[in-house]
Design a protein around this ligand. Structure first.
Ligand SMILES: Cc1cc2nc3c(=O)[nH]c(=O)nc-3n(C[C@H](O)[C@H](O)[C@H](O)COP(=O)(O)OP(=O)(O)OC[C@H]3O[C@@H](n4cnc5c(N)ncnc54)[C@H](O)[C@@H]3O)c2cc1C
Length: 430
């Protein structure tokens, strides 16, 4: 998906309730700096902020606005760990890799909370998220999931078997749930706007409306934009699913996917207390999962569906509202006030891709649907590797970056076929 010139935030609930933020001028002229970051989402701003805290001179170039991509549009769920769980990592990549990644699985969550507290970011943080099982097989999976996460140090999990889940969700759809009391949810656009302001307070510079058009590799790297260029000793590429056409090495082994969200009108407090009594964020365990939560002003924010290739459906509410009503038929009369779409980046093994090109261009991308916490971890690890402490970054960088079957041409239909198979298994409870 190419970003239009002068693109603004998508018309979402988040954009409508964003904290005031300055418009940062586009880059004009040729400048030099120590580190240039491309992309002002969680990955780019997290890296920029960690680097600025280390005293480095950092310039961020953003094609549209801070938080324009997935970071300013997502479900806002603080979900621990990765899109692939540690048992699979252990089985495929060995105990050492699993231990290294497992030790970092809950760190992104902590970084977010430290940022919010340390820089006093107003972003509607609430406590707790849960995973809801739609069938017995998924509930068995949650039981294993709990044991696994406990092994890696998360002691704040609670399995709700049978009808006990109704303590948390007033829906017929489930057979149980796993609560993570250490998870949570927040207003993601306000988080990234707050982190960007924190970065600027340390002397960092952000240029919005400045797409990078070309990367010229060398001892220093030159990033060409329409109004000028930045020459930097080191570069961080953080364009994720919105990066297009400038680094085929990063774009070939992943696939942009669209997912859509709707938001109801504010609901009466009594109804909210019935539907999700403890105000947690919820996602189900289906391959094509639904995710939802209440916003600070009492709207149900409901997301679901995946479009391989990242094309938006013509009528988002027509796709997502039936899913919401399947979970909560009680909301048949609720007005839908906002509907929007965003792209995340899927990898074949569902593990993030961290690495570097030509020694001085670092990247982190491909969180495969769960990126709120891992993108924050990524920023920290990039800052670590740049100060010569690369062990934790390398633990991720050593993971294989696999090409999608079918290449760029056939990856979309083949993935859709695979998803159809897994969605059918979920429906039948296999
Ligand atoms: C609808 C939706 C719901 C989601 N829900 C959740 C959730 O609840 N919990 C969770 O953990 N994860 C969720 N995710 C995933 C999560 O939002 C992402 O993994 C994460 O935000 C990725 O952050 P990022 O900074 O890497 O990428 P992005 O936020 O997409 O940022 C990339 C930025 O790079 C810029 N850019 C691209 N190319 C260029 C260029 N050439 N020059 C300059 N700038 C460029 C873009 O404009 C963009 O601002 C969701 C994703 C979507 C789309």
């Amino acid at each position: 998906m190419s970003i239009q010139a002068n693109a603004e935030h998508v018309a979402s609930y988040y954009a409508a309730t964003a904290n005031p933020a300055p418009e940062r001028p586009a880059l004009v002229g040729d400048i030099e700096c120590e580190v240039c970051v491309v992309g002002a989402g969680f990955t780019g701003i997290s890296a920029a902020l960690h680097l600025a805290e280390q005293g480095l001179e950092v310039v961020v170039l953003e094609a549209a606005r801070v938080g324009f991509g997935a970071s300013g549009r997502n479900g806002g769920q603080i979900v621990n760990s990765y899109s692939r769980d540690m048992d699979v990592i252990e089985a495929r990549y060995g105990a050492d890799t699993a231990r290294a990644l497992g030790d970092m699985a809950f760190e992104g969550n902590r970084i977010i909370r430290d940022r919010i507290a340390g820089y006093e970011i107003a972003c509607d943080l609430k406590q707790g998220n849960l995973f809801a099982a739609c069938n017995r097989k998924q509930l068995d999976g949650l039981r294993e999931h709990k044991a696994l996460w406990e092994r890696y140090g998360n002691r704040q999990l609670e399995l709700l078997e049978g009808e006990a889940y109704r303590r948390e969700i007033d829906s017929e759809r489930y057979v149980g749930a796993l609560v993570d009391h250490s998870g949570g949810h927040l207003h993601p656009l306000n988080l990234v706007l707050g982190e960007a302001a924190a970065f600027e307070s340390l002397g960092g510079t952000i240029h919005e409306q400045t797409p990078v058009l070309e990367v010229r590799h060398g001892e220093s790297v030159t990033l060409r934009t329409s109004g000028g260029s930045v020459t930097a000793r080191r570069v961080v590429m953080a364009g994720n699913a919105y990066l297009q056409g400038i680094l085929p090495e990063l774009e070939g082994k992943s696939m942009p996917c669209g997912t859509q969200i709707i938001t109801t009108e504010p609901l009466p407090e009594a109804q909210r207390r019935e539907l999700i009594p403890h105000d947690m964020a919820v996602e189900d365990c289906n391959y094509l999962l639904d995710y939802y939560r209440f916003t600070a002003d009492g709207r149900l924010l409901y997301g679901g569906g995946v479009n391989y290739g990242g094309q938006d459906p013509a009528d988002i509410a027509a796709v997502i509202r039936p899913k919401m009503l399947k979970t909560f038929p009680q909301l048949a009369d609720a007005r839908i006030d906002y509907a929007w779409s965003g792209n995340f980046l899927m990898t074949l093994n569902r593990l993030p891709q961290f690495g570097r090109l030509n020694d001085n261009v670092y990247y982190a991308q491909g969180y495969s649907g769960h990126g709120v916490t891992c993108s924050h971890l990524a920023g920290k690890l990039i800052a670590e590797v740049m100060r010569g402490e690369g062990e934790r970054f390398e633990a991720f960088a050593d993971l294989p970056h696999l090409p999608f079957p079918g290449g760029r041409l056939l990856r979309v239909p083949l993935s859709a076929l695979g998803a159809w198979y897994y969605a059918t298994r979920d429906r039948l409870g296999w």
